[in-house]
Design a protein around this ligand. Sequence first.
Ligand SMILES: NC(=O)c1ccc[n+]([C@@H]2O[C@H](COP(=O)([O-])OP(=O)(O)OC[C@H]3O[C@@H](n4cnc5c(N)ncnc54)[C@H](O)[C@@H]3O)[C@@H](O)[C@H]2O)c1
Length: 362
Amino acid sequence: MTTSHRREPAEDTATPRSTPNTPLGVALVGYGYWGTNLARNIVAVPDLRLVGIADAESAQRARAKAAYPSVEIWDGLDDVLNDEHVEAVVIAAPAALHAAMATECLRSGRHVLVEKPLATNRRDAEAVTELAATAGRVLMVGHTFLYSAPVRRLQELIRSGELGKVQYVYSQRLSLGRIRRDCNALWNFAPHDVAILSFVLGEKPIEVSATSVTVIDPAVPDVFFTSLRYRSGIGAHLHVSWIDPRKTRLMTVVGDEKMVIYNDVSVDQKLWIVDAGVARNPDLGGFESLGEFQWRTRAGDIVIPKIDMTEPLREEMSAFAAACRSGEPPVSDGRHGLEVVTVLEAADRSAKNRGVPVEIDW
Ligand SMILES: NC(=O)c1ccc[n+]([C@@H]2O[C@H](COP(=O)([O-])OP(=O)(O)OC[C@H]3O[C@@H](n4cnc5c(N)ncnc54)[C@H](O)[C@@H]3O)[C@@H](O)[C@H]2O)c1
């Protein structure tokens, strides 16, 4: 990361005091459902110090004060940036505010961890990513699953070649509830799946198509079926919904040697590695007309590896602290967040056109 083009902090904000030997001063903006988890994990990481919490709602500020009586409580970002003890800002406000808030923080010389999605359109995501590079500040996106042990293991299984050539992937991220009005189910849930796919496959989709179903409010679709096509031939399919009878967090990866089922809802069986596949039956020679008899299926052992779990959000916070200290980009840096937003924007556009495929120009 370069520091040579660092911007001067805006005049109306306090310059963050650099304190290399003391924990990094962090402010949290947004103390709603997810903000409470973020605060708990900021406090748990030794190299971070929670300086204060900002929320626009007085009821949320009261909750924050009760939980963290010794930290500053503010009602907006201006106060946050006027505090010289704040060296980094964690943003957990609604998605529509992410890019603008991250921009203000970066301009004031702070490092930023912004919740997913980085922005609600590609143009804003590009601008904020560029700003972070110019400012020489960390821009990290809260793609929490990239810090979870099963997803890391899944990446190893794919990258080491143990699964053979990946043929296709499909995932389901479903629940009944936490229905949002500020963004649709695609922008709320699919950032996770798109981020995981990009992380484990190491390639970007070149074409996206999606269809949506609207149950509650015609302006905010509740269900999305999204298909991604990759240059290598891999096909992926994502199903997200907040109107579903069962909480499901499932991803299945089918390779030509092995297959993996990743079930994030399971407590102790998050990954099943299935030694199964389909191969041409060598005994049958060239009798093409035999159809399915030309193919032999193989269903071998299922291995369920023991995975030591640390809370992914704790790992994410530690990675943020490490990135701020070292200047090395974290795995979910701005560039990665921009990639995810680009795919989501294309999927949303396709859904508005009843599934017409959208090519992505990288
Ligand atoms: N990484 C994950 O796994 C994960 C999980 C859940 C939510 N999230 C993300 O976290 C963000 C927040 O989600 P949530 O479920 O906590 O929403 P929420 O609505 O419960 O909380 C948002 C909070 O932001 C506050 N806020 C709104 N405008 C503000 C402003 N201008 N200044 C300060 N505070 C403001 C609201 O008062 C509210 O308390 C979203 O972007 C969501 O995508 C991420």
